[in-house]
Design a protein around this ligand. Structure first.
Ligand SMILES: CC(C)(COP(=O)(O)OP(=O)(O)OC[C@H]1O[C@@H](n2cnc3c(N)ncnc32)[C@H](O)[C@@H]1OP(=O)(O)O)[C@@H](O)C(=O)NCCC(=O)NCCS
Length: 369
């Protein structure tokens, strides 16, 4: 872990010489619409059961966010094990994620594959050089994904110690070649099982990444066709996963949603300027931010830049609402929709000034990628 999470990026709470809590932040380059931004991937949040509910996490979060701010990392984000904890620190729900549990016999595609490519099993020891370029082609274009370095591949993605299997089979790697080029891969575990001779086992997909629509079809067809498996299970899928349109019976996927990434803008000016905006124009937003008071106040946000302003706002919101729209992938997280949230409301119309710049124009920005 120390190779991925340098000591200076970890906070600990101490009682005498004993650590009673910890919190860390991976140094990530996070993809946002139109580019990448330095982001703290918040992790290992934990306080000993004997020391909980005394403000230890709050203190560690204070130290961690202050350190991000000082380092010039404008964004922090995380996957929450519990969805009720991080809103109070200014994190906003920024994406949904889905899981599937599909019966093998209901896994036909709507239309036959046009061209499937060739799949090969690859040893984990030599997989990185094939997998990393495919991942990077997808990650650089997909808001919410981050750049992986070699240490991450070796320690987090391709390492297969017993404790990570949780009763599943060992990690397998399949690479699909399409038109002479490695175009997709799948990491998965096989769990064979039989009851009275009938197969009841499952394929657990750890990650399946494809750099083209054809490769997506090919790698999923491979996973869905593995013999002896009664079910195919996967999680951490994006909400717009192509399987929904590929399947003859999409409802058989059991596509189930839950909260995904939670994003916190640590420095609104730098964070909002790091992404692009589809529409021209700008919007003045009055942001409240109790935990990071340096963010509070009015910001003009738009395709021509992000700056503090004295102009009257069109919208008032909590910083967590900016986290929700930041990646542009949360369905319904347009400014219009956010006005329905309790943390976000249209500001009273400013006095007419005759200047078109000052008119409230809520729909001017469309925060989607
Ligand atoms: C979650 C955990 C880190 C919280 O640590 P803690 O030191 O008890 O938290 P704090 O006392 O600083 O609480 C800060 C705030 O979070 C709230 N909170 C803490 N744990 C919570 C939980 N599990 N669910 C909901 N709210 C929680 C507190 O009520 C407090 O709210 P307030 O600011 O309104 O007063 C700790 O309970 C823990 O280690 N849990 C097991 C591991 C875990 O769940 N880690 C989180 C992974 S995402």
């Amino acid at each position: 872990m120390a190779r991925l999470l340098p000591a200076e990026r970890v906070c600990a709470a101490w009682e005498g010489s004993r650590a009673v809590g910890g919190l860390g932040a991976f140094p990530f380059q996070l993809t946002v619409p139109g580019g990448r931004v330095a982001a703290a991937g918040v992790t290992i949040a934990g306080v000993l059961p004997t020391h909980r509910r005394r403000g230890v996490l709050r203190e560690m979060m204070r130290a961690l966010i202050d350190a991000n701010h000082a380092r010039g990392e404008p964004v922090a984000y995380l996957w929450a094990t519990e969805d009720t904890i991080y809103g109070r620190f200014g994190f906003g729900l920024a994406s949904f994620t889905a899981e599937i549990d599909l019966p093998h016999e209901r896994s036909a595609f709507r239309a036959p594959l046009s061209s499937s490519g060739r799949v090969q099993l690859v040893p984990l020891a030599t997989a990185e050089e094939l997998l990393a370029p495919i991942y990077e082609r997808v990650a650089v274009e997909t808001p919410g994904m981050f750049e992986r370095n070699s240490a991450w591949w070796q320690i987090r993605t391709l390492a297969d110690p017993e404790w990570r299997r949780r009763g599943n089979g060992d990690l397998q790697c399949a690479v699909l070649e399409h038109e002479g080029r490695a175009a997709a891969y799948a990491l998965y575990r096989i769990n064979p099982a039989f009851q009275r001779g009938v197969q009841t086992g499952s394929v657990a997909v750890v990650e399946a990444v494809a750099a083209s629509p054809e490769a997506t079809q090919g790698i999923w067809r491979y996973l869905l066709d593995i013999d002896w498996m009664a079910r195919v299970k996967a999680d951490l899928l994006p909400l717009d996963h192509p399987l929904l349109l590929l399947m003859a019976e999409p409802r058989r996927l059991g596509f189930t949603l839950r909260d995904g990434l939670w994003v916190r803008l640590v420095d609104i000016g730098t964070a909002m300027a790091a992404r692009s905006y589809q529409a021209r124009g700008s919007l003045v937003i009055d942001v409240s931010d109790e935990f990071c008071s340096w963010n509070a106040g009015c910001w003009r946000v738009g395709s021509e830049g992000v700056e503090r302003t004295e102009d009257a706002p069109s919208l008032r919101c909590d910083v967590s609402a900016l986290g929700s729209v930041y990646l542009g992938v949360l369905p319904g997280a347009s400014w219009h929709a956010l006005c329905g949230f309790k943390s976000c409301s249209p500001a009273p119309s400013p006095m007419p000034t005759g200047s078109s710049k000052r008119k409230p124009h809520l729909g001017a920005l469309k925060f989607s990628n």
